[in-house]
Design a protein around this ligand. Structure first.
Ligand code: SF4
Ligand code: SF4
Ligand code: SF4
Length: 346
């Protein structure tokens, strides 16, 4: 097996493991929600603990908790796992590009799979809608805009509109305490509007690569901005390049790798698909450093990006677990009462 093939296999293994953990957390949440929201006769389903991992999908709550943390209010005790994952994802982006998106995020994996489905359907059916799978630069830029607008709105509310006291009140509110259950209901019992929105995202992801990630995810937008500071990046050796564009065609983020000297785009997920696709030995490599002079750059092993990504997330998890910052401080009685009053009132 060649080195690029090994890198591809490593990414598939990490993504599969992350997706398996996510699916296991969904199953746990299903049982937890059945217990928490039961309001019928008798005792109902036995107690099931709330899985913490799904707090990773409450980014606005994590951002509010981060501001509160830096305002001196301590580590969030309602959704501490969400804040832990957020800090780890930022740390990963500061060092190893947006590899949280490229290796760990299950939504990103789903986006990628839908995009591949669309690409293979295009090959078989000959692009029936006639839509270009690689839009031009201007269209690509326009597609990226909504997520920055969404991010700006969220940052403005959290950092400019709400005081630390307001945020403390929000974090302690019944709404925030049951936010994971609200998201659960959004997907398991969707309203008509939610179904239309989800249908648009699914169809868009099949027709346009990275429709959700590139266009609408504010979490990815924020991580992309942090990734500008990452010293690790894919670099292209112009002197060896044959301009065959295989790198660009392989890139799931649709970056024009064949035109870049250093891939510093905020869309780059450090997935290394471009490196694996390049037929010229050593033309694309991972290097550390921001300068353009070759002698100031250090070649880094290609596995450094996935290693930093997995190690940072693993270290954050164990640190949080053993310091008591992973599981929520909400008691089963509080959770049961909140769920009964909010979701299953008599
Ligand atoms: S952009 Fe958002 S949904 Fe996509 S992989 Fe990144 S965090 Fe996940
Ligand atoms: S795949 Fe390699 S040789 Fe081909 S354009 Fe990209 S960097 Fe150049
Ligand atoms: S430029 Fe390379 S490493 Fe970055 S997202 Fe595209 S394929 Fe992955």
């Amino acid at each position: 097996m060649t080195a690029p093939e090994r890198m591809r296999l490593l990414r598939v293994c990490i993504q599969t493991l992350a997706a398996a953990l996510f699916i296991a957390a969904l199953w746990d949440f299903y049982q937890y929600f059945n217990w928490a929201s039961y309001n019928g006769p008798g005792e109902g389903p036995p107690f099931y603990p709330r899985p913490a991992l799904l707090e990773a999908f409450l980014p606005a709550s994590a951002l509010a908790a981060a501001k509160n943390f830096f305002s001196g209010y301590g580590f969030d005790s309602v959704h501490p796992a969400g804040l832990t994952v957020f800090f780890a994802a930022v740390l990963i982006s500061l060092t190893a590009r947006k590899s949280f998106c490229g290796y760990l995020c299950p939504a990103g994996l789903l986006c990628e799979l839908l995009s591949r489905l669309g690409a293979s359907a295009d090959k078989k059916l000959g692009s029936p809608l006639g839509l270009p799978r690689r839009p031009g630069k201007l269209i690509s830029l326009l597609i990226s805009c909504p997520k920055y607008i969404l991010l700006a709105g969220i940052l403005w509310v959290i950092f400019a509109r709400l005081s630390p006291e307001d945020l403390r009140a929000f974090l302690d509110s019944p709404y925030n305490k049951t936010l994971d259950s609200r998201i659960w209901l959004f997907f398991t019992q969707p309203s008509q509007e939610a179904l239309i929105g989800l249908g648009v995202i699914f169809a868009g992801s099949i027709l346009t690569p990275g429709f959700w990630c590139r266009g609408f995810c504010p979490y990815g937008a924020l991580l992309g901005l942090f990734s500008f500071l990452s010293p690790l990046a894919v670099r292209r050796d112009k002197t060896n390049c044959t301009y065959c564009r295989r790198c660009t065609r392989a890139c799931p983020a649709r970056i024009a790798v064949h035109e870049a000297a250093r891939v510093s785009s905020p869309e780059c997920r450090g997935c290394l698909e471009c490196v694996a696709a390049c037929p010229v030995e050593g033309c694309l490599k991972v290097q550390a450093g921001y300068r353009s002079e070759k002698k100031r750059l250090r070649r880094a092993p290609v596995w450094l990006i996935p290693l930093l990504c997995v190690a940072a997330m693993g270290a954050a998890y164990f640190l949080a677990l053993y310091s008591g910052h992973w599981h929520s401080q909400m008691t089963p009685l509080e959770l049961k009462t909140l769920h009964r009053d909010i979701f299953m009132p008599n």
